[in-house]
Design a protein around this ligand. Structure first.
Ligand SMILES: *Cc1c(COP(=O)(O)O)cnc(C)c1O
Ligand code: SF4
Length: 341
């Protein structure tokens, strides 16, 4: 359960019903021993899992675990969530804050780097802890605003008429309660120059039951145009429950896009990337960005060099219709947009 609430609660939510997304989130595996046992791994994986866990804690909900083939250390979903001893090894150029976001937070919980759009940290927590995450060292505690701080953030948006899009990010914004999110969206839609609400989230993939009636109530009724950018790295992540969740979102008028990270041992071959694009489209999602890894400390073992990344994408282009091609990008600190490779 999320204990820190960045958006003020009007009242305490009731105990979640068994099986509800809140209960699934609260019941996520957070112990490296249990993770190795449930994944059917030999005991020699445990020391690495423990070492990595001390740097960035394990978190894997059951609904995601169910899509992993037990006993297969090369499973592409397992590699995204299992801590390894390599995470403790220093690598040149891999640092705590690769995007230098610390310099772009005019208000707590708000990052304004690009024209016309701002990113709001709407929840400090995620439903899953991805080992390659560029925010694995992000000071969420400092960026989990109180009610007064949210008022300041909203004032910042009101005062800058060039801002047309609010991007809810995190952590994972959908880890916040619907009551909190409905409150925030109501405040955002009262700002006349805001046109779009974008949500960057992995929750509909990790716990598809997150897309429930309470979420569709606020998301389906706002005057703002809605875009959801999901984060899916492999076709195996898209099971029938994810497809169903996507259908519900589309029925509520949400445009669905996907961003992936190019990861060694997860999706660094052309067949896997082609299958991902095809499967995304079956679920009604268009590929948006394919990110090269941000050089965050602890993730160097996922890295792929730029020439190999370009060659993969060139080959992918010979296999897919143009509308299923993601754009290969890197985030370069100080640039006015993501940088195509
Ligand atoms: C990636 C990002 C955005 C969104 O960029 P798009 O190219 O519009 O998807 C906005 N703000 C920040 C701080 C970002 O990192
Ligand atoms: S869901 Fe996104 S923000 Fe959260 S750990 Fe994974 S990559 Fe990082």
């Amino acid at each position: 359960m999320i204990t820190r609430s960045p958006i003020p609660l009007q009242c305490r939510p009731a105990e979640p019903a068994p099986g509800a997304w809140q209960a699934q989130l609260a019941g996520a595996i957070r112990d490296p021993h249990e993770l190795c046992r449930r994944l059917g791994l030999a005991p020699d994986w445990l020391p690495g899992a423990e070492a990595g866990h001390r740097l960035f804690e394990v978190r894997v909900p059951e609904a995601y675990l169910a899509r992993i083939r037990p006993g297969d250390p090369s499973d592409p979903l397992l590699r995204q969530v299992l801590p390894l001893g390599e995470e403790a090894e220093a690598a040149p150029g891999f640092v705590a804050d690769p995007l230098e976001e610390a310099g772009h937070t005019p208000k707590r919980g708000l990052i304004h780097k690009y024209a016309g759009r701002v990113l709001l940290i709407a929840s400090p927590a995620c439903a899953v802890n991805c080992r390659y995450c560029f925010r694995r060292h992000f000071p969420y505690e400092e960026n989990a605003p109180s009610r007064a701080q949210w008022e300041e953030t909203l004032a910042y948006l009101r005062d800058d008429a060039s801002i047309h899009e609010a991007i809810l990010s995190g952590g994972d914004p959908l880890a916040a309660s619907d009551r909190q999110l409905a409150w925030l969206v109501e405040r955002l839609e009262a700002i006349p120059h805001l046109r779009r609400l974008r949500i960057h989230t992995r929750l509909p993939v990790v716990i598809p039951d997150r897309i429930d009636g309470a979420l569709l109530d606020w998301l389906g009724s706002t005057r703002l145009q809605r875009v959801m950018v999901l984060h899916i790295n492999h076709a195996q992540e898209i099971d029938d429950a994810v497809v169903e969740a996507c259908r519900r979102l589309q029925a509520a008028g949400v445009t669905l896009l996907n961003q992936s990270v190019l990861l060694r041992g997860v999706n660094d071959d052309v067949d896997t990337l082609a299958a991902l694009s095809e499967r995304l489209f079956e679920a009604g999602i268009l590929p948006y960005y394919l990110h090269v890894l941000d050089p965050v400390a602890g993730a160097a073992h996922f890295d792929i060099d730029d020439d190999a990344a370009r060659a993969l994408v060139a080959e992918l282009r010979t296999r897919l219709p143009g509308f299923l091609m993601p754009t290969l990008v890197r985030e370069v600190p100080g640039e006015a947009s993501k940088t195509p490779l």
